[in-house]
Write a protein that binds this ligand. Structure first.
Ligand SMILES: Nc1ncnc2c1ncn2[C@@H]1O[C@H](COP(=O)(O)OP(=O)(O)O)[C@@H](O)[C@H]1O
Ligand SMILES: [Mg+2]
Length: 492
């Protein structure tokens, strides 16, 4: 037995390995599935960094210029208010003459005069009174700043016609306060307008970059096989050369992928005939009179050839699902296609002793698709459910029409798929460890490609919270309205 296995496996698994390796290069997740995501990601990174760079540079420039302008206006307003108050001192001093002083003295008014706000003090130098400031009588004419009783004062001294000298003064504290108020009032508009200006910059930069954001979300929303050219309408002039280059790249990628797909499909097609011929030959050999050991070797060879043929079939199905459909797109009643898929999978279910149950509540709801696509999708899901459910298990299928959608649920009583593997099982050639030797890892990749083409969604859920969890595959597919023309997303 050991010898028989050794003799036939190098042949069959060697073929399978070569074909799978070649196909992995074509369908492998690294190339095809990440392409649009990568472009979207790089476009988004570019937008974000350019936007934030523009916003931060402009905001920094405005804040700097605004701060300098505010500072300059504060100081010039401060200086002006100071000079204005000096002028006021001169004007008040000019109004005082000998007659006014004599009238004041005769009417018993003090020689020290203060205005209501105590902003001006008028005093005759050399005269003493209880309210008078201790001004030195030898103060020179003109402006003087003195420290009296711990307060700073600004005085203007002038000689009158009769020789007396008058000092008109203000406390510098009050003068500074007035000058400061005036400076702050002048700089205030800058302080208020700066945040407004920065907000306007943020809004305008975001609006300017909106077309780039739109482009990246357009690419993000695409399916993994959607390599259509980017729409240049409304794209800013500056990024058009970049978009043209991306479109050129997408066109080259599309051509290369189409060529590779054609090659793999042709190779799989060409290999199908010799494998079928080999299978016929093994059937003939089986019919001959053989000793038990030779019979074991032939059985092992036959199983290997069957697996190789199954892999070739899946490769062809994958290539077909990724190219534009050759069959006509029709409005198909889902229930009838499901019945056909169930009929095709029934022998396998019987062989594995798995029960199948269909609950149809779809009410003849229809899908816009090719029969080959829908059949391939359902066949793969039923095949998995039956194959991964232990003998005497159960596969329940439910069809439901809700609003504009059709829900297909295929639930089995098998081991289910671990949460960590649920996203990966859709990658081509990914198989969970311990799965039987028959599969190729292409089934769910084919399902995902077809579901995306139909603008639908596929979810993998646990049937039960306790082991064996079972697996429920839920498809949500858009329903075609009666009389509507069938439509599919194009494939490159
Ligand atoms: N109903 C299911 N129950 C448990 N595991 C499943 C089920 N369907 C798929 N799987 C797991 O997902 C993997 C990928 O499935 P698929 O792409 O159909 O490849 P294949 O069936 O050829 O191995 C399988 O190897 C299997 O481990
Ligand atoms: Mg499978």
């Amino acid at each position: 037995m050991r010898c028989a296995t050794r003799w036939c496996l190098p042949l069959t698994s060697g073929w399978r390995y070569c074909i799978a390796r070649c196909a992995r290069r074509l369908f492998g997740g690294a190339g095809l599935s990440r392409e649009p995501r990568l472009i979207a990601e790089s476009a988004r990174v570019m937008t974000n960094s350019l936007q934030s760079r523009l916003i931060s540079w402009q905001a920094a420039c405005i804040l700097l210029v605004g701060a300098i302008a505010g500072f300059i206006s504060f100081f010039s307003a401060f200086q002006e208010a100071y000079e204005f108050q000096d002028d006021q001192l001169i004007q008040v001093a000019a109004l005082i003459n000998s007659q006014i002083l004599s009238v004041a003295e005769h009417s018993g008014l003090p020689v020290v005069v203060k205005d209501n706000d105590s902003r001006f003090t008028v005093q005759v130098l050399g005269q003493r009174s209880e309210h008078a400031l201790p001004l030195p009588s030898n103060m020179a004419n003109g402006f003087q700043t003195l420290l009296l009783k711990r307060r700073s004062w600004r005085f203007y001294v002038r000689s009158l016609a009769d020789g007396r000298r008058v000092a008109v003064g203000q406390s510098t504290e009050g003068r500074d306060e007035l000058a400061r108020d005036s400076g702050v009032r002048t700089a205030m508009p800058f302080l208020i307008l700066l945040p407004l200006l920065v907000t306007l910059i943020v809004v305008s930069v975001r609006r300017t970059f909106a077309p780039v954001e739109r482009l990246s979300s357009d690419i993000d929303a695409r399916g993994q096989n959607d390599l259509r050219e980017l729409d240049l309408d409304g794209a800013p002039q500056e990024i058009r050369p970049f978009l043209h280059s991306i479109n050129g790249l997408l066109a080259r990628l599309t051509r290369a992928l189409a060529e590779q797909r054609r090659f793999i499909a042709d190779a799989a097609h060409e290999l199908r005939s010799p494998i079928t011929a080999l299978l016929l030959q093994t059937a003939n050999v089986e019919r001959a009179v053989l000793d038990p050991e030779a019979r074991l070797r032939v059985a092992s060879l036959k199983a290997g050839l069957q697996r190789t043929r199954a892999l070739l079939e899946q490769l062809l199905a994958m290539a077909r699902s990724q190219s534009n459909p050759q069959d006509p797109v029709e409005n198909l009643p889902l229930a009838s296609v499901m019945c056909q898929a169930l009929r095709e999978c029934e022998p396998l279910a019987q062989a594995r002793n798995v029960a199948l149950a269909l609950h149809d509540q779809s009410g003849q709801a229809q899908l816009s698709a090719t029969r080959a696509d829908v059949l391939a999708m359902l066949r793969n899901l039923l095949d998995n459910a039956i194959r991964y459910t232990p003998p005497h298990g159960m596969v329940e299928i439910a069809l439901r029409a809700v609003a504009g959608e059709i829900e297909v649920s295929i639930a089995d009583s098998g081991p289910g798929i671990a949460a960590a593997d649920k996203a990966r099982v859709f990658d081509p050639f990914f198989r969970v460890g311990g799965s039987d030797d028959f599969g190729s890892g292409l089934g769910l990749a084919i399902v995902r490609t077809i579901v995306e083409r139909l603008h639908g969604q596929v979810f993998l859920e646990d049937v039960s919270a306790t082991p064996p969890h079972g697996l429920r595959v839920r498809l949500i597919l858009p329903r075609s309205r009666d009389g509507s023309r069938p439509k599919l997303s194009p494939v490159n």
